[in-house]
Design a protein around this ligand. Structure first.
Ligand code: ADP
Ligand code: GN1
Ligand code: MG
Length: 359
């Protein structure tokens, strides 16, 4: 029996499998929508090349989802829709190891939509509410309970060193073809330590953050358009609000897909920027420190640059980290990010004014 079916039967011994289909467009795990005679579930094959400590990862998820469910109940929201609910494997653990793969399963949150490419300010405002609320709910969570699932995840300065190593290793023999992209990153080297230095000195506070606030990691209620849940909790770790704000803007303040080949379609839309900022700061703005507010306009530049640099690094390394669906996928992604960085740099003053309006 194929291991996917074996995993489903192990998590759901009393249910009859009807269908199992690929779900979503995540770059890291493999996700399936499972329907049975009783209910719907998401099955994921955890990417253990990236998440090596599955025990620690699943412990984080249990603690964080438990905390969010409690908060949602207190606020009068439906705790079953507010976050992920993991099923137990026969040994009681929240994941199942079958040969060299780890599987987990959670209840599918139904009647939702996910957005891959932002269309309307109203949706991006809702995403701001979702991530701002997420930050708020975890503001009293004890960070020392969390395992760091990926070391130096948003340490942009150390990501730069990974990038330089990839250039010199040149494993894919592609460095000659991407000289201008390499140069683009190198020109911004000094900027990359801006947040890291402040975090190290204690000038920026460490928070418990999501760290992967891409718009397709929010589920919206398909009837009301309101945010239902924030998903993809694998990177919830100590971090900075600047990361979550910046990465959401990276993915949602443009009408272009992350892998758009026609760079003339990559725009940076200040109306979308404002919508997200308004939603996000309405939920967690009052707890921001002066330094966080001062740094906020740089957040999207930093996170977009970092993400573009990670795509470029993966292209140079021969596409070993992010899932790709065509030749050159990672370099296409890197190019959209660098175009966005340029547009954001040109709009720094505009971003600053918008933030001032809402803090
Ligand atoms: P990855 O780490 O690979 O991004 P995610 O946990 O984000 O994995 O899941 C991938 C995609 O699957 C999401 O972007 C979303 O579109 C879809 N998805 C996952 N869980 C659910 C769910 N409970 N309800 C609806 N869609 C989901
Ligand atoms: C990955 O898992 P997913 O697709 O939501 C990545 C993020 C990147 C994003 C770029 C664990 O997010 O850091 O910003 O791709 N997640 C991990 O699209 O590396
Ligand atoms: Mg995801």
């Amino acid at each position: 029996m194929n291991n996917i079916i074996k995993a489903i039967n192990s998590f759901l011994p009393d249910e009859k499998l009807i269908s199992c289909e690929p779900l979503g467009n995540g770059h890291i795990n493999s996700t399936f929508l499972v329907s049975t005679d009783k209910d719907k579930y998401s099955l994921q094959i955890i990417n253990t090349n990236i998440f090596k400590d599955v025990e620690g990862l699943m412990s984080n998820l249990q603690l964080v989802t438990h905390h969010i469910r409690k908060k949602a109940s207190n606020d009068g929201d439906d705790p079953q829709r507010a976050t992920l609910k993991f099923l137990s494997a026969p040994d009681g653990k929240k994941y199942l190891q079958l040969s060299d793969r780890a599987y987990r399963m959670y209840k599918y949150i139904d009647n939702v939509i996910t957005i891959e490419k932002m269309e309307s300010p109203a949706h991006f405002y809702s995403a701001g509410i979702a991530f701002g609320n997420f930050a708020q709910m975890l503001s009293d969570f004890d960070a020392s309970l969390l395992v760091e699932t990926i070391k130096n995840f948003h340490n942009t300065a150390s990501r730069y060193l990974d990038f330089e190593k990839a250039v010199s290793d040149n494993l894919s023999n592609r460095a000659d073809e991407v000289e201008s992209e390499i140069e683009f990153v190198r020109q911004r080297r000094d900027f990359m330590s801006l947040f890291v230095d402040k975090l190290e000195k204690g000038d920026l506070p460490l928070r418990v953050t999501h760290n992967d606030t891409k718009i397709n990691n929010v589920l919206f209620d398909s009837k009301t358009g309101e945010p239902a849940a924030v998903i993809d909790l694998d990177t919830v770790m100590p971090g900075s609000y600047l990361y979550d704000f910046g990465d959401a803007i990276r993915s949602g303040a443009t009408h272009a897909a992350e892998d758009e080949k026609d760079l003339s379609l990559v725009d940076f839309d200040l109306e979308l920027y404002e919508a997200f900022t308004k939603g996000y700061l309405s939920k967690c703005g009052s707890s921001l420190t002066d330094v966080e507010i001062e740094m906020l306009p740089y957040a999207s530049i930093m996170l977009t640059l970092e993400c573009g640099m990670r795509f470029l690094t993966d292209h140079l390394n021969g596409d070993t980290y992010f899932k790709i669906h065509r030749y050159g996928h990672n370099i296409d992604r890197a190019r959209t990010q660098f175009k966005l960085v340029k547009l954001m740099e040109d709009n720094l003053d505009n971003m600053r004014s918008i933030i001032q309006k809402y803090v």
